[in-house]
Design a protein around this ligand. Structure first.
Ligand SMILES: Cc1cc2nc3c(=O)[nH]c(=O)nc-3n(C[C@H](O)[C@H](O)[C@H](O)COP(=O)(O)O)c2cc1C
Ligand SMILES: [Mn+2]
Length: 525
């Protein structure tokens, strides 16, 4: 059954032996990050990889505060968070939903009823403010101070303290749909933070929409978009008159500490048309309960620990970073929008939820694996030939994707690469490796063996140009650069390959059975 809130999730972690309470005094500046890093890397490479979730109960400078870290930091916990025995179960549920056919008779209709009930759980419910625990304490005006929470500094070279597990809520002005995305926030002072939504993310598009709407003509719109591509929405660039936009605001709410499925939904790279609140409802199989914000027209999970309400001003940017990132490198300073906090609401004695990113494997490796599994059926909607996909944590999700395909025609591997480069956030995948269906992409040794054996590099590598991840420090320009696809499938005559292609080694089944029968007697093991 779904968890009501972060507290119920913590209880579950405790009961399952997945939580360590840290009673020793620990500093949120660097020290907590170092402890969480060591916990994340415990048991590395083994079936028990990923240490325990950590509840810091004695936070230096913050008497009475508690901080939860590494809540998603193992395969076991990721499954517990989403209440499944295997992450493929969720993929199966998505597949079942997509295979729903129009009912033809009464029996068919009856069979659909449980499915319809399931769909009913996707839609969020709104509850009254008086019933919303996140409103137990309401702070406005001079009482607004985000530094009353133990915000971490993660790495020594970081530009400051960062809120690392925020669920950022914005609204699409065109259709009213809400988006929830996880974008880190650098704390500048008690009332202002950075808002690190990267250019290709949904909230950045929400803001650009308002900029576009403010342009006087189509030509000015084109110019604003071109001139502002460097910053997320950049302030007035030379020759562009954005002054009339000054003072215009986009409302934003930030939620910290929810039930695990809701927090996880903020990192799911779903289509912009699908609200994360629906995704969370689907994952929890129970509606998310929302409540209206105090000072902005947005709704947030009612059982959240902490809610920050405020706005981003059109045309205002500020330097954000550096930040020790999940690439294992610092992302350098860049201009991003500024979040002004107008109101804070929180539960009594709120639990502050945080994560740290750094050299993989970290907590986000497990979240990424869950995304990989859940997205497979959705990738197959566009590319049905895909058999399996692997995003190894060291490939930091945007650097490397390995896919196996059922190859059916000449050039098929290249078609799949281009398909991936056009699919949502996969647009920024730097390297795509395509192998045949009989290669297990989860087995990296097998992938390296096949890829290096099967390619004639000059012939089988496809280069192209396009948008790249904002965290790519090697691309020729920020956010724009080249990508590479490696066709590691067996080559066909139809592709101009006329030499014979050898079989891979495999012992006869009968000989294997013979040796199996003798193996113990041989005394080798
Ligand atoms: C711990 C963590 C931190 C993240 N930080 C950022 C960030 O600072 N900026 C960003 O654009 N995406 C960040 N992401 C990735 C986004 O959350 C992810 O791309 C998500 O799908 C964006 O939602 P959207 O598609 O609604 O924009 C982070 C993910 C995780 C797990
Ligand atoms: Mn989204």
């Amino acid at each position: 059954m779904a968890y009501d809130d972060l507290r119920e999730w913590i209880k579950k972690l405790d009961k399952a032996g997945e939580l360590k309470r840290v009673r020793e005094e620990v500093d949120p500046i660097l020290e907590m990050a170092e402890i969480a890093d060591r916990a994340a890397k415990m048991g590395r490479g083994t079936a028990k990889a990923g240490g325990p979730a950590l509840l810091f109960e004695n936070v230096k400078g913050y008497p009475g505060a508690t901080v939860l870290m590494n809540q998603f930091g193992s395969e076991r916990r990721m499954k517990l968070a989403l209440d499944v025995d295997s992450l493929d179960e969720i993929a199966k549920r998505i597949e079942d939903l997509m295979q729903t056919k129009s009912p033809t008779g009464l029996l068919d209709k009856l069979k659909m009823l449980p499915k319809l009930a399931e769909v009913g759980a996707f839609f969020p419910k709104t509850i009254a403010a008086k019933d919303a625990p996140c409103k137990q304490v309401i702070l406005r005006g001079a009482d607004v101070d985000v530094l009353k929470f133990p915000v971490l500094q993660c790495w020594p070279g970081d530009g400051g303290r960062f809120i690392t597990l925020p669920c950022v809520v914005t609204r699409d002005a065109k259709n009213g749909k809400r988006n929830v995305g996880m974008y880190r926030m650098q704390v500048y002072d008690g009332q202002t933070t950075g808002m690190h939504w990267q250019r290709q993310k949904v909230a950045a598009e929400h803001l650009r929409d308002q900029l576009r709407a403010g342009a006087a003509s189509g030509a000015e719109r084109v110019e604003i978009m071109a001139e502002t591509a460097g910053g997320t929405v950049a302030a007035a660039a030379p020759g562009v008159t954005l002054t009339k936009l000054k003072g215009q605001r986009m409302e934003v709410a930030v939620v910290i500490g929810t039930d695990p499925a809701t927090t996880f939904s903020a990192i799911v790279p779903g289509p912009p048309e699908v609200e994360e609140y629906m995704i969370a409802g689907f994952l929890r199989q129970r509606p998310v309960e929302l409540v209206q914000c105090e000072t902005v027209d947005l709704q947030v999970p009612a059982h959240a620990e902490i809610v920050l309400e405020g706005y981003v001003e059109l045309g205002e940017l500020r330097t954000e970073g550096p930040f020790g990132d999940h690439t294992g490198f610092y992302t350098m300073e860049d201009d991003y929008p500024v979040f002004h906090i107008t109101c804070i609401t929180h539960r009594k004695e709120p639990v502050y939820a945080a994560t740290i990113v750094g050299k993989p494997p970290m907590e986000d490796a497990w979240m990424g694996k869950a995304v990989e599994r859940i997205f497979l059926p959705l990738m197959r909607l566009t590319l049905p030939e895909i058999v399996d996909v692997n995003l190894p944590p060291e490939g930091v999700f945007h650097n490397l994707m390995i896919v196996s395909i059922r190859k059916s025609y000449a050039g098929h591997a290249r078609k799949v690469m281009h398909g991936i480069w056009s699919m949502g956030q996969a647009m920024s995948t730097k390297i795509v490796i395509v192998v045949d269906e009989d290669c297990d992409v989860q087995d990296l040794s097998e992938v390296v063996l096949r890829t290096t054996n099967n390619i004639d590099p000059e012939r089988d590598i496809q280069f192209t140009l396009g948008p790249v991840d904002s965290l790519d420090h090697a691309s020729r320009l920020p956010n724009y650069g080249s990508k590479m696809g490696i066709d590691a499938t067996r080559k066909w005559k139809a592709e101009g390959f006329t030499r014979p292609w050898p079989e891979m080694l495999e012992m006869d089944a009968s000989v294997k059975a013979q040796v199996d029968a003798k193996w113990k007697k041989l005394g080798i093991e």
